[in-house]
Design a protein around this ligand. Sequence first.
Ligand SMILES: Cc1cc2nc3c(=O)[nH]c(=O)nc-3n(C[C@H](O)[C@H](O)[C@H](O)COP(=O)(O)O)c2cc1C
Length: 218
Amino acid sequence: MDTKELNTLIKTRRSIRVFQDKPVPESLLMQAIETAAWAPNGGNAQNWRFFIILDKKIINSIEDVIRTGLKTIQSWPEMANAGPAGGRPRNPQPGSPLTTAPALIIVCAVRSANPMVNAMTKRAETDPMAKEMIDGLRVISGGVQSTSAAVAYLMLVLHQMGLGTLWMTGPLHAKADIEKLLKIPDDMDIVTLVPVGYPAESPTRDRKPVSEVCQVIK
Ligand SMILES: Cc1cc2nc3c(=O)[nH]c(=O)nc-3n(C[C@H](O)[C@H](O)[C@H](O)COP(=O)(O)O)c2cc1C
C-alpha cells in the first residue's frame, strides 16, 4: 500500500449509524482485533480487552439499559431546558446505532497496577500536591490512550474489510449498568462501544484545514 492508498483508506472511513441486516463473520472481527492490537501502547502492557457480542438479544439489552439511563437523566429538573436530545448533538438518523448493528465490540481498559499511581492515589487523600499530580494523570490516562489507539486501528481495519463502525462514548452514562450486565471484570473499565456491520448509509464529513489545527513552533 502506498501513501496515496493509505490516505484514501483513512479519509473514506466514516462513522456509520445504520447497518444492513447482514451478519458479520466472527472470523473477520477476530482478524481485525488481532491487527488492532499492534497499536502503540504504554509499556507494551496491551491493557486493552475486547468483548465481541454477536447475540442480538444481548445488544438489545445493552440498548435498553442505555435508554433507561437516558430517561433517568432527562427526568432530572436540571435537564428541563436541555432540549429533546438532552442537550447532546442529535444522531442524524432516528433511533440508536445499536438498533440495526448486527455486532458490537466493547473495548475495555484494564486498570494500571502501577505502584507510583497507586501511591499517588493514596497520598492524594491528604496531600494537595499528590492530588494535583493524580488529577493530571487521570486526564491524560495512558491506559485510555493506549486503548483508544487500538480502537482507531480497529475501525480502520474494519473499514478496509468493507465494514462500518462507530466510536460511541455517549452511552457511557450507563457504563456501570453495562459492565454489570456483561459481567465485565472489576479491574477494567469500558472505554468505548463500537457497533459494527455492513453500512446502510454513506454519510459525508469534512475536516478543518490543517493550518487551523496545526502550528509549527520554531
Ligand atoms: C471519543 C469519541 C466519542 C464518540 N461518541 C459518539 C457517540 O456517542 N455517538 C455518536 O453517534 N458518535 C460518536 N462519535 C463519532 C463522532 O461523532 C465522529 O467520529 C465525528 O463526528 C467525525 O465523523 P467521522 O467519524 O465520520 O469522520 C464519537 C467519536 C469519538 C472519537
